[in-house]
Design a protein around this ligand. Structure first.
Ligand SMILES: Nc1nc2c(c(=O)[nH]1)N[C@H]1C(S)=C(S)[C@@H](COP(=O)(O)OP(=O)(O)OC[C@H]3O[C@@H](n4cnc5c(N)ncnc54)[C@H](O)[C@@H]3O)O[C@H]1N2
Ligand code: MOO
Length: 477
């Protein structure tokens, strides 16, 4: 694996609490000063950081930096990647390439998939005039003669006869309102006296009656195709008369975890570290709309990787690690050997720039996530998310933006993805956002998309939402 040591940050933490929010930054100041006083901050741009630390940053580049002069990058021997937006568009197009597989299933099995056809009401809702309250159905002006009976009108019972003018009958919430009734009076708003009902408030015509078709008419389009089937959608579908739904099957994904240095349990020791991506990537993929068929550990064995990639039946193969140029970084050579077409080979985003997207076969793709854990998250949201969104039939939402509270230093040319939390109507960047760190993202509500040059307080930045669904299954976003 490639040696990489540019996650400054954990040492010298100044103890701002668990999430490590950035302190407010009222004045623009040089990042090298940040480093000296608070080495816990970002540290994700190798050379940039090194320059800042040794104080060789140009004095003209505090805070928001202009893109650097052409040729500067070449001097550093860096390869520029595809712009972040473009890479996402390529991934989205790749997700459109396959045919969407649809299946009709009972409601419960459709949760977390996407509607393949619009949800159209089979019935009027409500499908009869219904009482909204427990009380009395009355006809005409009061006082009313109370119709005696066996406890009144209940939900789900047979239809009652016509209520004559000047009469009242007890009625339960959800019961059919009898023909002739002009209003329902809540039990707490009326009293009975010698067989007569007296209203204690003014009675309005039609009050507390839900008229047939109030919510929808049979044939109305309730939800568009492409809508994610959430628990609320299941409820609405049932209410509208559905037993089954036609949904798009979730694309299948297999995860291949590379790296001989990874332990699956216990404490890190002797240069070995815990595999942080195995436990993280599969559930995250499920939340993005994928059906994860398995997570396999492949180690640093090129032949094993070759076999795993070519033999996988999944729509999408995700690899972690091995994307860079180290002696055991096998992803590129294996893709070459497999005759894959590289659609994205590096993205101008920090962290995560060595991420890649390849077409293995028509409708089958591979996303190579960098091994550094936050860089892997960046790859997941930059390439896997748009591909899976399309491949699972979900519509692309308009980008969500929020106002930045504190300054975020930018990369001169690349987009940065920075973990943030919401505080009121602002987003606040978190510390511990180096490419090897998960401490920031684990506490984050979203990832701010910081354009080259950085973000200043008040800037409206695109936010990639990380809000987790309340379901422990984590199968829909
Ligand atoms: N000569 C260059 N070296 C590197 C470059 C570069 O452009 N030129 N890019 C650096 C960047 S940026 C990143 S990110 C990494 C990406 O490297 P790989 O995708 O090849 O990943 P590895 O080398 O396999 O691992 C990097 C790092 O991450 C740790 N790792 C890997 N897998 C896991 C895991 N499942 N759980 C926890 N940690 C993991 C691994 O031990 C390494 O420390 O390359 C840089 N180098
Ligand atoms: O900074 Mo690398 O971009 O750690 O992914």
């Amino acid at each position: 694996m490639t040696a990489q040591d540019h996650d400054l940050g954990a040492s010298g933490a100044t103890g701002q609490g668990g999430t490590g929010e950035s302190a407010p930054c009222p004045v623009s100041h040089d990042r090298s000063d940040d480093r000296a006083s608070a080495p816990m901050v970002e540290g994700d741009d190798g050379m940039e950081d090194a320059l800042a630390l040794v104080g060789r940053r140009s004095p003209t580049s505090p805070g928001r930096q202009e893109p650097s002069a052409p040729g500067r990058d070449a001097l550093r021997g860096r390869r520029r990647g595809m712009p972040w937006d473009e890479a996402r568009a390529v991934a989205s197009r790749a997700g459109r390439a396959g045919v969407l597989r649809t299946q009709r299933d009972p409601l419960a099995a459709s949760l977390g998939r996407v509607l393949a056809t619009p949800l159209t009401a089979f019935v009027d809702l409500p499908s009869f005039d219904t009482s909204a309250m427990d009380g009395w159905a009355v006809a005409g002006p009061g006082p009313w003669t109370v119709m005696s009976g066996d406890g009144g009108l209940l939900a789900g019972r047979e239809e009652a006869g016509t209520l004559a003018d000047g009469t009242a009958v007890r009625i339960a919430t959800g019961a059919r309102v009898p023909p002739g009734a002009t209003a329902v009076i809540r039990s707490e708003h009326a009293r009975t006296d010698s067989g007569h009902l007296h209203a204690q408030r003014r009675v309005l015509h039609g009050q507390d009656i839900r008229p047939r078709g109030q919510e929808c008419r049979s044939g109305d389009r309730l939800l568009a195709e492409g809508t994610l089937v959430t628990p609320a959608v299941l409820g609405l579908a049932a209410a509208a008369g559905y037993d089954e739904l036609l949904t798009v099957l979730r694309p299948t994904v297999e995860v291949l975890v590379l790296g001989d240095e990874l332990l699956t349990e216990g404490l890190p020791h002797d240069g070995l570290i815990r595999d942080a991506l195995g436990p993280m990537i599969a559930p995250w993929l499920r939340a993005l709309g994928a059906d994860v068929t398995g997570t396999r550990r492949v180690g640093d064995d090129a032949d094993a990787l070759q076999r795993a990639v070519t033999e996988s039946a999944a729509d999408l193969v995700i690899t972690t690690g091995g994307t860079a140029a180290g002696p055991v970084d096998h992803v590129h050579p294996v893709l070459r050997k497999a005759g894959a077409e590289l659609l994205v080979d590096g993205v101008a985003v920090r962290p995560g720039h060595p991420m890649l997207l390849a077409r293995l076969a028509p409708g089958r793709h591979l996303v190579g996530l960098p091994g550094n854990p936050l860089a892997a998250v960046s790859g997941l949201l930059t390439l896997a998310e748009p591909l899976l969104r399309r491949r699972s039939g979900q519509a692309t939402p308009a980008p969500y933006r929020a106002s930045l509270r504190d300054e975020i230093h930018g990369h001169p040319q690349d987009t940065r993805l920075v973990p943030v939390v919401y505080r009121g109507d602002k987003v606040v960047p978190l510390h511990y956002r180096g490419p090897a760190m998960l401490r920031g993202i684990a506490a984050a509500h979203g990832l701010a998309v910081v354009p080259p040059g950085g973000g200043r307080p008040g800037d409206e930045l695109e936010i990639l939402d990380l809000t987790w669904p309340p379901s422990s299954e984590g199968c829909f976003t």
